[in-house]
Design a protein around this ligand. Structure first.
Ligand SMILES: NC(=O)c1ccc[n+]([C@@H]2O[C@H](COP(=O)([O-])OP(=O)(O)OC[C@H]3O[C@@H](n4cnc5c(N)ncnc54)[C@H](O)[C@@H]3O)[C@@H](O)[C@H]2O)c1
Length: 367
């Protein structure tokens, strides 16, 4: 089995297990981490998926204290009530700071687990084992965690860097195609804002090929991680504005992701967000998101099946409510990344009122 070990930002160590498969590698990898009491946060579909079972078996066989906590599927896991229930459980177990929290799942499990690990007794060891493409290339890197509250995404959370991220590409075998494609949306985001070569690679190929071809998948995963990490390293706690670029598509994306009727995966919401933010940014300055960039972005997002035509005008109030609580707002200004060419971007400050008015215009709403 092919593995790659890299020191990531802060103290994170990143281990990639390829799809060429040897089950012993899982045991060796987990043993090398050196935890002696294990608290595994996961959900049923991950635990019962083939590779999930193999990880769970390791904990069962370890003859060490372990507990598995099953969270609800998807975004429902990211709630303060679920977090409180886990704190209760950890207290009942008398868990101390020598315990490790394992996030065995997608971005939702990772965001919740990171929040628990960061806050319980001021910090437990955190090991991320991402099981979706999105969590492998995005959410398990960079230390952001959180839960949703009152319909707003990630409004409660901290920065807390995992000690290890174990990326096992075998998990993708059981991942539904829609979830795999949702993850590719974040790779497209890295490409369009920061890396022309990655964008053009994604343009030349399609999700099915990337899924089947080991080299193509590894290229997308490793390149995406390197790009995200290069940004995170320059601004680990998101205090200098450098990380804002990683939010491309997320201002509007987050505002629509929790609208239940739309039933969007995270990457689908971001894809729609990227297109909307492109058009809205051109109203701020004609040089932003030129039409050739818009055409190429639109082409790839439709071709990958990431966007559908949706009538967002019906949800304007909800979108605005969510926008107002965006974490990028400082003194009523929104810091937004705008694309200036494929692989290039700049960050601009826009008054929130102006942004909302442009967005309302775009959605065809009378003010
Ligand atoms: N912290 C960050 O920096 C960051 C960055 C991007 C996104 N996020 C967050 O990540 C979340 C989205 O993550 P996601 O797209 O991974 O969604 P998810 O965690 O909801 O997983 C998607 C679905 O796939 C299932 N699943 C996961 N792995 C599987 C596997 N190997 N086989 C079969 N089924 C599997 C899950 O049970 C779930 O139903 C959002 O809440 C988003 O806000 C966080």
């Amino acid at each position: 089995m092919d593995t790659l070990e890299v020191e990531l930002s802060f103290r994170t160590k990143y281990i990639l297990i390829d799809r060429t498969g040897d089950e012993n590698k899982i045991t060796e990898t987990l043993a090398s981490i050196g935890c002696h009491s294990h608290y595994i946060v996961t959900n049923r579909s991950v635990a019962e998926a083939g590779w999930g079972n193999r990880y769970m078996d390791y904990f069962k066989r370890s003859n060490q204290p372990y507990r598995t906590y099953y969270v609800p599927e998807g975004e429902e896991a990211k709630s303060i009530d679920v977090a409180l229930d886990i704190y209760r459980d950890l207290m009942d177990l008398n868990a101390d700071r020598s315990w490790c929290i394992y996030a065995l799942g997608g971005g939702t499990v990772g965001d919740l687990s990171g929040f628990i690990a960061s806050t319980f007794k001021r910090g437990l060891r955190l090991i991320m084992i991402p099981t979706t493409l999105l969590s492998m290339i995005d959410s398990s890197i960079g230390g952001k965690n959180g839960v949703d509250y009152r319909g707003v995404k990630n409004v409660i959370g901290t920065f807390y860097f995992p000690e290890y991220v174990v990326i096992d590409l075998n998990f993708l075998e059981t991942l539904p195609a829609r979830e795999f494609i949702s993850g590719l949306s974040e790779a497209i985001k890295y490409g369009v804002t920061l890396d022309r070569e990655l964008f053009e690679f994604l343009e030349r190929n399609d999700p099915e090929y990337i899924y089947r071809s080991n080299p193509a998948l590894r290229y997308v995963v490793e390149r995406s991680i390197a790009i995200k990490n290069s940004i995170v390293e320059r601004d680990p706690l998101d205090s200098k504005g450098v990380r804002a670029v990683l939010n491309y598509g997320h201002t509007i994306g987050h505002a629509i992701e929790l609208i239940k009727d739309l039933d969007l995966r995270h990457g689908e919401a971001v894809a729609l967000g990227m297109l909307y933010e492109c058009v809205v940014s051109r109203k701020i300055d004609e040089s932003y998101c030129p039409t050739d960039v818009e055409e190429r972005l639109e082409d790839i997002l439709y071709r990958y099946g990431l966007v559908k035509n949706l009538d967002l005008g019906r949800y304007t109030d909800l979108v605005i409510h969510n926008l107002v609580h965006d974490k990028k707002i400082r003194k009523s200004n929104l810091k937004i990344p705008v694309v200036t060419g494929i692989g290039d971007h700049t960050i601009v400050d826009v008054p929130l009122t102006r942004y909302i008015s442009l967005l309302k215009d775009f959605l065809g709403i009378k003010q």
